[in-house]
Design a protein around this ligand. Structure first.
Ligand code: HEC
Ligand code: HEC
Length: 327
């Protein structure tokens, strides 16, 4: 790599700058948790459960009601809506590459994907059901009871439900965007000059301090000065530490053009307005990150960043038939 850069450098400065743009290679290793190794049957069972409203108390809402594939598994709403139209506290996040998160949920309150399944099942504003009752319901189901035995060699129970759904979620990998084509498949036409300019600017403005690595997040929690007073205390809900007030896990920017509205509470409608927020330096808050500093940005530069971010849209991911509704 160094040698290539040196040779390019001798030929042209632009080529070498281009080398410096190269991001880390995305997702070399498939993730799985111990004892829950993926196989076709487990993935199939998890996929069916993910799309089946049978998981909610009144059988009206499924995971896919709030995590819709065409929107990179978000729902286009300000906040998620469960049974009887009940509103969840937060905006539904994308599930793309979620298996690479060090901790789950916007406040990092849940350690694993397996454990996360309990939340929507039990939550009043989501399925308003009960894991034990759900397991009974599914154990009495002809198809699911057989599949549990085949996939996990045990009767349908909470163990099977949580593990199968988590296995399916781990197959939700998004790494086929034009950005990936350009950098990893050497398709030099995949990105426009405007997009490359936008990527350079993204780095220059320090976005990469937090939106770094293959998934454009370092998975850390920050208060970005969205509010002077945060109605949702963010990470403080988990740690009870007031220093964590308003801190939210840095979201991935992959497929961000498909995942409006933005922020943990869906309070910002467009990516352009998000950029304006960062340019303003945010509201004053004692916990606001030092990395949030106001900057000047022209309309042209804004358009370049927007254009770069749209290169993270992965059409293969949102049309992948192995991730779609199996019913
Ligand atoms: C009523 C809408 C709704 C339903 C139904 C729902 N979710 Fe979610 N989901 C959300 C919201 C809102 C969040 C963000 C919650 C938070 O961070 O506190 C979320 C967060 C998640 C996360 C964490 C993502 C991250 O970035 O850490 C996963 C994984 C997830 N949901 C999977 C599921 C699964 C699996 C189901 C079905 C068993 C499900 N969801 C059902 C709305 C929903
Ligand atoms: C200090 C860390 C940090 C820096 C620097 C930063 N971000 Fe963020 N960004 C975050 C966090 C944390 C959130 C989520 C905040 C929330 O939900 O309340 C976020 C949210 C976003 C969102 C909305 C994504 C979504 O799904 O809701 C976009 C787009 C975004 N940032 C782009 C940028 C750009 C462009 C820059 C550079 C100008 C930047 N960020 C700089 C941490 C950062």
């Amino acid at each position: 790599m160094l040698l290539t850069c040196a040779i390019f450098f001798a030929l042209s400065f632009v080529a070498c700058n281009h080398q410096e743009l190269i991001p880390p290679k995305p997702f070399d290793q498939m993730q799985f948790s111990e004892g829950n190794e993926p196989n076709d049957l487990r993935i199939k069972l998890g996929r069916m459960l993910f799309y089946d409203p049978i998981l909610s108390r009144d059988s009206t809402v499924s995971c896919a009601s709030c995590h819709i594939q065409s929107m990179a598994f978000t729902d286009g709403k300000k906040v998620g809506e469960g049974i009887e139209g009940r509103k969840v506290l937060r905006n539904s996040p994308t599930l793309g590459n979620v298996s690479y998160h060090s901790r789950i949920m916007r406040d990092g309150g849940v350690p694993t994907l397996e454990m996360q399944v309990l939340v929507p099942v039990q939550e009043h504003s989501e399925f308003d059901f009960n894991m034990v009752l759900l397991a009974e319901r599914l154990a009495n189901h002809k198809v699911y009871s057989k599949m549990a035995l085949k996939a996990y060699n045990r009767a349908m129970d909470p163990y099977v439900i949580t593990r199968a759904i988590a296995v399916f979620e781990r197959t939700m990998v998004s790494n086929q965007s034009p950005f990936d084509e350009y950098f990893y498949q050497n398709i030099t036409t995949a990105l426009s000059d405007e997009q490359l300019e936008g990527y350079a600017l993204f780095k220059k403005l320090g976005c990469e301090n937090c939106h770094s690595g293959p998934d454009f997040t370092n998975y850390n929690y920050y208060n970005i000065g969205l509010y002077e007073y945060y109605p949702d205390s963010g990470r403080t809900r988990i740690t009870n530490d007031t220093n964590d007030r308003g801190k939210i896990k840095t979201p991935t920017l992959r497929n961000v053009a498909l995942t409006a509205p933005y922020m943990h509470d869906g309070s910002i409608q467009t990516v352009e307005e998000v950029i304006s927020h960062f340019a303003s330096g945010g509201k004053s808050h004692s916990q606001k990150s030092d990395l949030i500093v106001d900057f000047e940005i022209s309309e042209k530069e804004k358009a370049e960043i927007l254009s770069f971010l749209s290169s993270l849209t992965d059409k293969t991911f949102i049309s992948d038939t192995t991730l779609s509704n199996p019913f």
